[in-house]
Design a binder for this molecule. Sequence first.
Ligand SMILES: Cc1ncc(COP(=O)(O)O)c(C=O)c1O
Ligand SMILES: N[C@@H](CCCC[NH3+])C(=O)O
Length: 416
Amino acid sequence: MSTLNLRNNTLHLEQLPLTDLAARFGTPLYLYSRATLEANYLAFDRAFADVPHQVCFAVKANSNIAVLNVLARLGAGFDIVSGGELERVLAAGGDPAKVVFSGLGKSEAEMQRALELGIACFNVESEAELDRLNAVAARLGKRAPVSLRVNPDVDAQTHPYISTGLKENKFGVDIERAPAVYRRMVELGHLDPVGIDCHIGSQLTTTTPFSDALDRVLAMIDRLAADGIALHHIDIGGGLGVRYRDETPPTPADYAAVLLPRLQARGLKVYMEPGRAISATAGVLLTRVEFLKPTEHKDFAIIDAAMNDLIRPALYDAWMDIVPVTPHSDDTPERSYDIVGPVCETGDFLGKQRPLRLRAGDLLAVTGAGAYGFVMSSNYNTRGRAAEVIVDGDQAWQVRRRETVADLLALESLLP
Ligand SMILES: Cc1ncc(COP(=O)(O)O)c(C=O)c1O
Ligand SMILES: N[C@@H](CCCC[NH3+])C(=O)O
């Protein structure tokens, strides 16, 4: 997976050797390929060309404003979950009229800002949220376009932390309650029921849960129509997985081929909210081996990236590929390495038992790091966050500088 290619015994991202990028920008470093981002976005856009649609990139997957700008230039909309993400979309030149606002704890201030900007839709996740949105809209003398996020009780067959469409999950409203909730929406007076929304989980590797969920949502659209509530759009959420190791996820074209026959005759506009499937394979985390540490039990490679830079392995036990930037020939012995960071936690690893030929000073590339990578990073152990760079052909642009310790200290103050 990923857009890396090996030339002259050195991994390149597009046309640039990772060794040069490390020398120029330092490590740890997030690198994104513009061409891959664009190709992944366009794969969704083209797959749904036969129906009116809007691809809304899930900003939570990668919220760098230059990344969002690359997608906005292609006509992307955005799925946001906070006022902060909304400001990022604006800073990136995104069109608020193509924004859908998901998330189950929207504040009044977030609702107000989104209403003033005229976003496409609020994906509402509870009845209490409906009341709050109605009150904010009434105060502003506006009407809020609403889509109810229904929970279809479908098992996404993914990691339990990232499954969202089961009855026991906190997301959405039980689909059986939808008719009553839409009636209430109409009665409240300042809400326009425009759509229905469903997102069942992330990193799905088969199409069956998507089609099961879609069937349930379409049946509900028919029930609502019989009740006099005619919806204009369906939001099918995100969740399409990528290959990290040996998964064989459907492509956007496979996904569309399963869903489109059910959608085509309906005249509904189709919104979708892919995050991972657009940005994961476009990104790499570049890191350097600080030390090799053989012990009686294990061989450790201690690298300059850590769980604060990329938390997926520690949080979900996620497997991410780790590849040498300049592979060694046989004179360096292959050993089974645990690839660990400098953070004081046993859970601080990026990979375990990886057969690699390593020397101190080597560069390693962690692939698939363009989604839920930098965005989930933290300052744990007072580590400044990595820089982010976009590679475009033979050009590289630093789009976020590395945080210094001075940056971090500047946010705090002593008691008087
Ligand atoms: C409401 C919603 N939409 C879209 C996404 C994006 O998901 P993914 O990155 O799996 O496509 C998520 C995250 O799972 C989400 O919660
Ligand atoms: N952060 C998760 C996915 C969560 C999706 C957000 N709803 C991951 O890295 O896989």
